[in-house]
Design a protein around this ligand. Structure first.
Ligand code: 5GP
Ligand code: MN
Length: 345
């Protein structure tokens, strides 16, 4: 492959490569409730390193280490270890797709005690919480940064590694639909397809299957979707929620409802779409999307979350109505001096 144009300086690339080459065991971690980019970037680099003879452990800091069903096709899951088996004070820890230390959940203390902390990410809001940073806000996905790193380490992208990297690329670009879909993103897809991976097989796993229970829960959520034309600075808001009672009634696990926002966000009359999802412990995770006028990352950051200008989220312990009451006034148009908003996870 050819080197992609990045916002990351040569000294950072070199320092990252030196750290990896010099490390014994590499401790990898991605953000909690991992999505395709988080797991894809972590397992992609993990596999490439493991194949080269490195000792690698990987994990994420959720209370229960369970890969979402949609992502169970990803290669490299044999690298995953539960928190007790994860080094308490890693010599070198590498984080993926996490914009803040808190996004590491139960593994945040491990990151705090790591000798060196290499942060690999593409969120513009990244707080640079490590000792070395490969953070490129112009990258469509964290897997784009990882592909470049693999290349610079002299490692091979075989079909398994490519599958992981492609999963992050297609999920974060929304199948090459979002505004982050650059020529570099397509060029990377081309390189990955050269390994023989089957895009239609990934697409089916990621988007085109679900248990019947999902239809029932989706139906309930869509049935109570509310359109507020005057909200979001008069640009319109559409929102709904999925409670744990909804899911329990159909026996649907939490990780199956991630795609609800992709249906709700299509509403023409709304600039902003919001889906509140209750997890099994009664906490709410709020997904927000905008079409470019409202900076949802700013709104979510004000409520303790974060993300991208057009795709962001936060957690809430409040009842649905109270969470919406807190969020609504924050959904205002971006001042014109802000850089044009980017898209997606
Ligand atoms: P999703 O709605 O798909 O879960 O998340 C959309 C984007 O917002 C992703 O980039 C995700 O990492 C980010 N995000 C979601 N929830 C949170 C949160 O609680 N805190 C932060 N910092 N980012 C979040
Ligand atoms: Mn990402």
């Amino acid at each position: 492959m050819t080197a992609i144009e990045t916002a990351i300086g040569e000294p950072d690339w070199r320092r990252a490569a030196d750290l990896i080459h010099g490390a014994g065991t590499l401790a990898l971690a991605c953000h909690v409730s991992p999505d395709g980019d988080a797991l894809g970037s972590m397992l992609g680099l993990g596999l490439a390193l493991a194949r080269s003879g490195k000792k690698v452990v990987a994990s994420f800091g959720d209370r229960v280490l369970e890969v979402p069903r949609l992502l169970r096709f990803l290669p490299g899951q044999e690298l995953l270890v539960e928190a007790p088996a994860y080094p308490a004070e890693p010599d070198l820890m590498i984080t993926f797709d996490a914009s803040t230390m808190e996004r590491l959940g139960l593994l945040a203390p491990h990151a705090g005690k790591a000798g060196e902390l290499l942060v690999i990410d593409h969120h513009v809001s990244n707080t640079r919480f490590g000792t070395v940073h490969l953070v490129d806000p112009s990258a469509a996905s964290t897997t784009m940064v990882v592909e470049e790193l693999i290349h610079r380490l002299g490692l091979r992208v075989d079909r398994s590694v490519a599958t992981c990297l492609y999963a992050g690329l297609v999920t974060d670009t929304g199948s090459f639909r979002h505004s982050v879909t650059t020529p570099a993103a397509h060029a990377m897809a081309g390189r990955l397809l050269e390994t023989g991976l089957r895009p239609e097989e990934l697409a089916r796993e990621l988007w085109d299957r679900s248990p019947y229970a999902y239809l029932r829960v989706l139906g309930a959520a869509l049935g109570r979707a509310t359109l507020e034309p005057d909200a979001a600075g008069g640009h319109g808001l559409v929102w709904t929620f999925v409670s744990r009672a909804d899911r329990a009634a159909e026996g649907l696990p939490y990780d199956e409802v991630e795609g609800v926002i992709d249906v709700v966000r299509r509403v023409d009359e709304a600039e902003v779409a919001v889906v509140l999802k209750e997890d099994d412990d009664g906490g709410w995770n709020v997904s927000t999307r905008s079409k470019g006028v409202v900076d949802v990352a700013r709104a979510c950051a004000a409520l303790g979350g974060g993300g991208h200008a057009r795709a962001a989220g936060f957690s809430s312990a409040l009842p649905v109505a109270d969470t919406m009451a807190a969020l609504r006034p924050l959904l205002t148009s971006s001042p014109p001096h802000l850089p044009s908003p980017r898209t997606e996870p």
